[in-house]
Structures are given as structure tokens and as C-alpha cells.
Design a protein around this ligand. Sequence first.
Ligand SMILES: Cc1ncc(COP(=O)(O)O)c(C=O)c1O
Length: 379
Amino acid sequence: MKIPFVKAPIMGNEEKYLLESFRSNYHGGGGKFTKQSQNFIENEFGVGKALMTTSCTDALEMTAFLLNAAVGDEFIVPSYTFSSTANAFASKGMVPVFCDIREDTLNIDETKIEALITNKTKAIVPIHYAGIPAEMDKINEIAEKHNIVVIEDAAQAVNSKYKNKYAGALSSLGTYSFHATKSYSSGEGGALTMNDEKYYERSEFLWEKGTDRSLVVQGLKNKYSWVDYGSSFLPSDLLSALLCAQFENLAQMQQKRKKLHDAYVKTFSKLKAKGLKMLYIPDEIETNYHAFWLLFQNEKQRDVFLKLSLEKAISPYIGYIPLHTSPMGLKLGGGSFNLPITDFVGSSIVRLPFYIMDHEEIEYTCKNLLISAEVALSF
Ligand SMILES: Cc1ncc(COP(=O)(O)O)c(C=O)c1O
């Protein structure tokens, strides 16, 4: 048996909707399925306004435009994240201020944010690692006090909830990913979520190459023209068609993912006493079961686990290289940050394969990963 890190789910109507879009004579951006996906996000997840994008990276870039920040302005971001969370803002000349993470959820440590705020801080960009939302009440409270915008990078948390509210609806701006590695996927894809009306009109201009075409579509103008910055952030309707087939099956997909999650918890709980840590879900969170991680006591144990797992044709993944230690992060001043939890997690974590597996795949994976972990912990 071969167990890859992820496998794209097929829920049933993907081909039908793809063909429908393709044969509709219009499969560019802004078509039927794009609108349907946006409506779904707004209605189902309680988001003020959503725009589909070609990636979470693009959605993050849109938020960077919406901030109107000046070169030299700062943004606070966990170092334990994907490059895009920082790139979107750094590429506009903003300076990353890296924050350490919590030991339990591996999300930004909200107790360490306030000390990093200066008069140049324009944004806090938490991520919801592994589908577990960050401590948003505290983060929003700090942001409000200092008049800073919060941008949720909810790439991994589509359909996760914090205190009964969905990720993407927890601050004024948010971003989703529908990349092939995510729980709900259109291959490449994303969405910008907005919960503050002041961003709504401008976001449409940014979305369509800096033009006010949206006003023509609404019948408010005859001709559109160049009115703002922007890019071609809107995806082909084909991508949204794929996504619509998955949105129809959100709860079912979540339940199927939970099966693997529960099996992992049962398997690895046996090794807690030996010092193995694993994904933790705080009480106030309902997760989408996006991912599962194990945290070993050191890098050697982690590497032994990876090697033994690969020998069984199971493909775990080492996770993020912390941004403050990566080449671009160092160029942007990463070397001056002391982030002990991030450094430790970066060297000792492993993300386990996670997709909708059948019973045999779950059995094979758990049995063999348990053996790998037992051996690894003896190092
Ligand atoms: C936290 C986070 N933000 C952003 C991204 C980028 O998403 P996309 O590939 O949709 O641009 C990822 C990708 O894994 C991610 O994990």
C-alpha cells in the first residue's frame, strides 16, 4: 500500500459542474459558479463579502493593497507559517515582525503580540494552523486598542469555528485556500473574506485589474476604466465549478476526515507518556480536521520517524521552515528575533498524511506509523 501526504477528494458532481461551466460559453472569472461559491461562503460561513481568488496567496496580496500601508510600516506575523503570509506584505515594502507561537496549538502566541507593537504597526496576521483557529478574541482586543487591522490567514481553516463563529468571519479581513493540499480544493484557488463594508467596493476594483468593471456589471456605469492598483486576482469559473461540488458535501467531508483524526488520536495517545505531543483542539474550537501533527522531543527523533515511515511507503511531511530562519526572512531582519518555541517546533514537528482514507488505508497507516514513532522515541 502507498500512502501519499494528500489525495484530492472527488465528491461526485465535479465533472458535471466542470462541463457545465465549460459549455456555458463563459468560463472566465465572475461567472455562475464564481457567484455561487461567493454566496455560499457569505451565507454558510457568515462572512460579510467574499471574492474568489486564484489562491490564498492572491487573497493575501489583496489585503495588503487594502491596508494602504507605506514602505517601512510593520506587520506582526508568526514565523511558523507559509511564505505567502509574509510575502504579501513584505513585497509592498512592509517590514515583518516575527512573533513566537504557542506550544499547544502552534498558533501565534497572543500574549507576546503587544510587546511587538510600535507606532509603525499596521497589521497583525495570525494563521489558524492545522485548522485550529488562533485566540482571536484576545488578538482583536489588542488590535482595537492600538487601531491595527487584523487579517486572518485562514488558508487551513475553511469550515473551522472559534466560539461558534467561522474562520474568515473573525476579523475585518480574512483569506482562504483551496489549493490541492487543502481540505476543500480546486487545485489552485482561494478567497478573500471581508467583514467591514469599507473594503467592499475597492476590493472589486483590485480584483479586476484595477478597473471599475464591477460598476458596469451592476449597471452603474457604461464604460469601465483604470481607477486603482490591482491585478488579475479572479479565477476561471472552472475552478469555482470544482469547488461547488465540494461545498455541497462539506459536512460529509468533515466527518470522513474526523475518522482519520480519531484513529490518529487513539494510536498516538499510547505514546504520550514517552514524551510525544500531538495536535491539540481547545474546547472553544470546532475544527475542519484539516491536518494532524506529531511533535517529537528533538530533530533526531523526528528524522528517524520520517525515514522509517518512508520505508513503509507512507509520506509524512516536515512542515514549515520558520520564516525568520529562511533565506528571505533573514534578508528582512529575521536574524534579530528570538523565537524558541518556533525554532523547536520547526526542527521536531511532523505532519502526518491527511486525506479521506478508507478503512484499510487508516489501519495500515496507523499501524506502521505507531511502530515508526515507537522506534523514533528511543533515540
Ligand atoms: C497558512 C498558509 N497561508 C497561505 C498559504 C498559501 O495558500 P495558496 O497555495 O492557496 O496560495 C498556505 C499554503 O499552504 C498556508 O499554509
